[in-house]
Design a protein around this ligand. Sequence first.
Ligand SMILES: Cc1cc2nc3c(=O)[nH]c(=O)nc-3n(C[C@H](O)[C@H](O)[C@H](O)COP(=O)(O)O)c2cc1C
Length: 381
Amino acid sequence: MRLSHCHNFHDFRKLAKKRLPAPIFNYIDGAADDEITYHQNTASFERCDLVPNVLRGVKDIDMSVTVMGQKLAMPVYCSPTALQRLFHHQGENAVAAAAHKFGTMFGVSSLGTVSLEDIRKKYNNPQAYQFYFHKDRALNKAMMERAKLAGINVMMLTVDSITGGNRERDLRTGFSIPFKLTLGGMLQFAIKPMWGIHYITHERFKLPQLDEHVDMSGGALSIGRYFTEMLDPSMTWDDVAEMVQFWNGQFCLKGIISVEDAKRAADIGCTGIILSNHGGRQLDGSRTPFDQLSEIVDTVGNKIDVIMDSGIQRGTHVLKALSIGAKAVGLGRYYLYPLAAAGQNGVERALHIMKTEIERDMRLMGASCVDDLTRANVRFR
Ligand SMILES: Cc1cc2nc3c(=O)[nH]c(=O)nc-3n(C[C@H](O)[C@H](O)[C@H](O)COP(=O)(O)O)c2cc1C
């Protein structure tokens, strides 16, 4: 199977599985507990039907949106994800370059493997910084100042990871940073030598968003210990309100599900919220963002930009979310499998396919711009 044979999410997933050592593939592909939420995220779109309009003059299609002050040429963006250079040696550079080519936003994770400054210098498309809240308040401020100085457009505080999710596939393979592979896990690396060759011959693995502030080098602190020792489980709305004021710019919370939390986010001055369950990787059994979307849009949609991620695999999924009132939609595994399969070429192909699907589907829906998509265009079964 080759990149040119990939026409949808499932094809990219298959190719990524072929190319990656199994522990890494399972880190991307896996989710929490019984992975029920992971599967529901996409299934929830299937419970909703599109109701198209015809004869609306759809020769020209404008799929651009403005979200949290950022103009995006397409209504999807690449959500921040950790450890991208483990998936392909081009890592975040590939994702940023592809997002730039398609005029959209990408997020750099706190656990990113390329520095936010390096990427900012290369690409001028909207860049979000995904942030975790540390016990050390001075460290939080130093990291935010660093992001401001780098020219980050959107601060994205992840709030659904107050502790790590139970990813049982990783327990079985021994996936962790630094690696503590089981024998079976090691064998899986041995049978995918190309991955190892790339890993050794390219830039040394590092976590530059953290290295400057926390000693993650040489395995001094594992990611697991970073979460339990450095992040603050006692964080409250007051702490976040202070951060929002300190940042004094576009600030969103990633991982909101309840209506009450959405209201509080608006009250403390956030400019956006991302309905997300982290792609099912945190609380299994959590309601899906798509199922929650209408209630949240109805409550805070006139005060704050409502965005969603988790489970998006198709242009029609994006259209359903936009019809209900999402301002934009985040992609996770949708671009990670292509990254793992073929680096920048893979991510570009995936975004191209997504763009083509959205354009075709908008025409078929009788919508020439995103504002033409409304609740009248969807019905739940
Ligand atoms: C391998 C992987 C790593 C991720 N790393 C992060 C991260 O570092 N920070 C974060 O806020 N979200 C992270 N996420 C969650 C994504 O940003 C996004 O919310 C999720 O992938 C959306 O679900 P989807 O994969 O079904 O599209 C990660 C997701 C995956 C699959």
